[in-house]
Design a binder for this molecule. Structure first.
Ligand code: SF4
Length: 452
């Protein structure tokens, strides 16, 4: 019998690992995939294939210290107006390469701060999208919302666009924590935004929280979770803060000694799991919770949970079209990312080109590993013989991985004729187990976040 605690502790001390919102992770994308592959993959989308669309808005009024997203602060609307004009050009260019008004089953506005767009700009983007694409009547229209950057006119514009789902950034309500992360946001303004989004048609509301923030304590996180519980979102996501100041320069404003240590971090993670479970939420994947009747919880129960660049989703379309600077697209053939710098993206759009700058063409083994990693992230289990054979491999191909998992994970992973299952229900080892099947990790010098 293996002594579980030492193995668990050793695993959690291990090197940081990717979040696996794609396989391979975006740091393995190269310029070998650019506009030519992107155009060919758009041309190859079947006529009857509904696609998902992601629009990236890279602007923010405030630049939160913890945030590692590539965002641009702006106090004026000028760059935003120009950006929306080019976004319209990109929408029509991509639609032209598809060769038809492709059916769209889901549209997601992410950022940055999508709600920084004035109502007239939201209307412009919506008009271009609906003219260039055949947006399904029942399409999911979701928006990431900063409660401090939204008003009645924008809420009305979102409602007119057919908003069905919204995600509100909260992180933590404790003033000391908010002060340290440069993100002042009262409970009142957050509750107001949540209530108004519901009135405007957001049938599903998500709240984003973070554990491991500077000056965050068990008491402050408990208080935040109590407040969130009263708002009764349909979903909550709680992510571990990744302190990588060498990559995210803004994080240099956060003193390292204000951050909870590994043991406190683990305690914060466990508090969030317990409190959300007590409040009636079902765990979904490694960092999401949803009310039992919410589509995400239903998908998790029925083994239909999927993963895309934004995290967990019910969207299973094999094609995701990313628009805007740094936006990521997904095709059965591989992944593509637009130029991350707005200026470079703008030059490509003005020059009549696709703005893709890098990507990755998937081979048979990459596809197989991607599916193994997806199933572990979504189900905490994978039927290796079944997945491997569908991709043309036999179980023996993964013998080294199975041997490593057996040696490293002990009782944390149950192994039955090649079927792997994490024995702990909270998925804290999921990313570490995925890492065992990551064919790129050994070659990577990227510093990822801690698994918990
Ligand atoms: S957390 Fe949101 S508002 Fe803050 S900098 Fe990041 S994208 Fe902008």
């Amino acid at each position: 019998m293996t002594d579980k605690a030492p193995i668990a502790n050793a695993l959690l001390r291990r090197a940081s690992v990717p979040r696996y919102t794609s396989y391979p992770p975006a740091n393995h994308f190269t310029a070998a995939v650019g506009p030519d592959s992107h155009a060919a993959w758009l041309h190859a989308v079947p006529e009857d294939q509904p696609v998902s669309v992601y629009l990236h808005v890279p602007f923010c009024r405030r630049l939160c210290h913890f945030c590692a997203c590539r965002t641009q602060g702006t106090l004026t609307d000028r760059p935003i107006d120009d950006y929306v004009t080019r976004l319209g050009m990109e929408i029509w260019r991509v639609a032209g390469m598809l060769g038809r008004r492709q059916r769209v089953s889901a549209i997601h506005f992410g950022g940055g701060t999508p709600t920084i767009l004035r109502p007239d700009l939201l209307k412009t983007v919506n008009r271009d999208l609906r003219a260039a694409f055949d947006v399904a009547e029942d399409a999911e229209i979701s928006v990431e919302v900063d409660p401090t950057e939204i008003d009645d006119a924008r809420l009305d514009a979102l409602a007119a666009m057919g908003l069905t789902r919204a995600s509100i950034g909260v992180q933590d309500f404790a003033p000391e924590v908010q002060n340290a992360i440069g993100r002042a946001q009262t409970v009142e303004v957050t509750a107001w935004a949540a209530a108004e989004l519901r009135k405007r048609g957001a049938a599903s509301l998500n709240v984003d929280l973070i554990y491991g923030l500077p000056f965050q304590t068990s008491a402050s996180l408990r208080a935040t979770l109590e407040t969130v519980k009263e708002m009764r979102p349909d979903r909550a996501a709680i992510y571990g803060y990744a302190h990588v100041p060498q990559m995210a320069r803004r994080q240099r404003l956060i003193p390292p000694d204000s951050l909870p240590g590994p043991a406190e971090r683990l305690a914060l993670f466990e508090i969030s799991q317990r409190m959300l479970a007590w409040a009636g939420y079902k765990p979904v994947g490694i960092d999401h919770f949803a009310l039992p009747e919410d589509a995400l919880a239903v998908a998790a129960r029925e083994g239909r949970l999927a993963r895309n660049f934004q995290g967990y989703t019910t969207d299973v379309s094999p094609v995701l079209i990313g628009l805007g600077a740094s936006a990521l697209s997904k095709f059965p053939q591989g992944h593509v990312q637009n130029a991350a710098a707005s200026g470079v993206w703008a030059q490509a759009i003005d020059g009549g080109r696709l703005a893709s700058a890098r990507g990755f063409a998937l081979g048979p083994e990459d596809r197989c590993r991607a599916e193994i990693i997806d199933r572990i992230m979504c189900d905490f289990a994978v039927d290796l013989p079944e997945v491997a054979s569908r991709h043309g491999f036999d179980l023996g191909h993964f013998a080294p991985e199975i041997a490593r998992v057996t040696a490293r994970f002990g009782d944390e992973v149950a192994l039955d004729h090649g079927r792997l299952r994490l024995t702990a229900s909270d998925g804290r080892f999921a990313r570490l187990l995925c890492a065992e099947f990551d064919g790129f990790l050994a070659r990577s010098d990227t510093q990822y976040s801690r698994a918990v």
